[in-house]
Every structure is written in structure tokens, then in C-alpha cells.
Design a protein around this ligand. Sequence first.
Ligand SMILES: [Zn+2]
Length: 451
Amino acid sequence: MPTHNRALWIKDPLAILADGAERGVVVRDGRIVELVRAGQQPATPDAVVYEASTHVVLPGLINTHHHFYQTLTRALPAAMDRELFPWLQALYPVWARLTPEALELAVTVAMSELLLSGCTTTTDHHYVFPAGLEDSVDIEVAVARRLGLRALLTRGSMNRSQRDGGLPPDSVVQDEETILADSARVVSRFHERGEDAMIQIALAPCSPFSVTTSLMRSTAALAERLDVRLHTHLAETEDENRFCEQLHGCRPLDYLEDCGWLNSRTWLAHGIHFNAGEMQRIGRAKTTISHCACSNQLLASGCCPVCDMEEAGVAIGLGVDGSASNDGSNLMQEVRAAFLLQRARYGVTRVSHRDALRWATEGSAACVGRPELGRIAVGKMADLALFKLDELRFSGHGDPLAALVLCGAYRADRVMVGGKWVVESGAIPGLDIADLIRRHSAAATAMSRMI
Ligand SMILES: [Zn+2]
């Protein structure tokens, strides 16, 4: 239903994650224009009503870390039951066979899964550029526009291959000049400025250990010149600490700082193995962290010290991470996973379901540098996720908001991005899911058959 120029009152929700909005919210021209308190009517004239009395309303969830192409290598036997470095070495030769057609299908699958789980903004970290896939970011932009999801797509990179003591094979890396030229191209072509931006671009070497020091530094300088964000993996495993000590004679955060990355432009995936002093430095720098609870558990990488980080002033968002290490793209399930993992670590008084929802919304908005997202408040963008509690798993619930996390919600009934419905009755209008699964599965089989 088009809501532009005409106000829409999302009326009388069962529950809503916002103070003073008991009777719902009014949206117009892509923004939230009014919160309606208990016992009141909207002041906005002539608002069309959407009855939400069976819905729990959340700010749209924001996914801060993913590798869409990896949906083609989920639960791959050759990579299962391995830790990060051997896992990567098993997968790189398969990923080197990625084609534009397969990537387009993988992006469609990942973005559809995200949307259906209540996600309204996602990032993607794409760093595999074998010959023939020079237009990877272009492919991702086209799918995001088709589905109506907000996206911060990163132009990833690797230029340190096995030849130079790195992990990836030579066939998936590019040289520095090519990487920087294409980074500038995709920013100038696709990056939108302003609070209503639907597509943004960030720059993202895969990790400080799969690129050269020169590329780390030149990427940071380019991001500053173009005023775009920076992203990479850091402190995911103890292996990485050892690797960094050997290669550079320092810990990963020292190296990051030396490369000009420790600042408010940067958000980092994982952030597990930092010490107390490093957390303080990250907090002071206003660098943010994407916590990937499922991935960290699956690869047995460790547990991000989320509460310690927040006490040090670090904003925490959530990320599903790539589908070869999760292996799903369901952000609502990730909220539950982060809640359980962090509660097990810190106890019942320090971690509540509201904390986990806050990480996936306000915290994630800080990671993507979009304070206009992640909250239901007047002036924020109208990005909303509406869940029903009519399944067996919710029967008998008390608190509806808590039920989403504690009973395991996994599917939104309706999702709105910038005032437009992009999921209705648990489906994406116009998307033939059965056909998508058939074509995506065939592409995955073709890629992995050769190992
Ligand atoms: Zn990752």
C-alpha cells in the first residue's frame, strides 16, 4: 500500500518497543511523524488506519555483518567442524568459482531471509572478486533496490594471497590499484547521502591479514576523502592474535590503529579477543562492534564481551555473519542467540530481552552510522517490523515483547521500509520463493560439485 503523501496510523498494537506510543504510530513521507499515547487520537489529520491489534511492533532490525554469497555454501561437509583458518582454507577454492548469476541468486536469498525475519537495513561484506565478478557490488545494489531493503554494501578486498603468505588463493585477490579504483567507482555511482538513503557504500578489506599494510592505509585515506564508512573483521580468534604478533609484532588493535582505522568511521565484526585496555581505547575512539553470536558459537571462536564493551562506551550491534558460519540469515533468531549467549555469560540481572532488541536496533544503527534508524520516535525513518503471536510457540505468553525473544519469533508478518510495506502476510510481494530456492540450490550444487 503506498503511504507517501498520505499519513498511515498503525493503530492499537498489541505491544510496541517505544515509550508513549500505546495507541501506535503515524507515518508519512517515509518518516514517523507522531506517537499516539493511551486514550488519545492522532493529531495528524486524515490518517488511513492500519489495524495492528494482533501485532507486536519493533523498529526494523539492522544487520551489521554478512557475506551474502556464502548462502551458496551452507552446511558444506568439506568445511564443517573446522575452526576459522582451516574453515577458510577449505572454502576459498569453492568461492573462487562464484559467477555473477550465482551471486545474484545468493544476494536475493540472503536479503529475502533477512526481510522476512524483520530486518529493514542490512550490510554485506563482499570481498571475493574472481575474474568475471568485477561488478559484484552493482549486482547487490540491483537486488536491494528490487526488494526495497535499505543496504550498506561494502566494497571488500583481498590483496595478500598464498603467494604473499596470506590465506586466500591467488585467483580471488586483486591488486591495490584495481581495488581502490573500483572502490571510488562504486561510491560515486551508488552511495546516497541523507537520512532517507536506501543504498550506501562502505570500504572493507576482508581482514587486516588478507590485505597489505599499504592497502589498509590507502583504504582508510580513501574512506575519509569520500566520507564513507570502514569495516573489517577483527579479534575473531586467538589464531589471529598469534598471526598478527608474528607478522607485525603487535596485537590486532595496535595494528588497526597504526593503519589509521581506530576512529568513529569504523565498525568491526566480532571483537571477541580484546583486553580491558583495548576496550577502553575502542570506546574512546567511538569505533563500534558487530556481535555475531551464532557464528561465534558455530566456529567456537569465543564470546564477545558485550557488557564490558558497553561499559567502556562501545556501541554494540548484531550481525548474522555469512551463511557458511551461521548458516542462516534470520536476524530475529540472532537476537535470541545473542540474548542467550550474553545472559549465560553475564547473568540474569545484566542482560534482558530488551538489551538484545536494543543491540539489533539502536546499537546496530550506530554501527552503520545511521542515527535516524533503529528507534520508534518522531522524526526517525518509518522502518518497522510487525510480528504476530498466533503460532503454537507463543501460546500462553504473558509479556508480548518478551515473548518474541523468549519463545523464539523467527518470522515477521509485515515489514515497512521508509513508509512502504515490503513484507505483507509473511511474504515478499512478487517473489516466487519456490523458484528462487530451485535456482539457488542448483547454483550451489554446481559450485561445490567440483571439490
Ligand atoms: Zn564475517
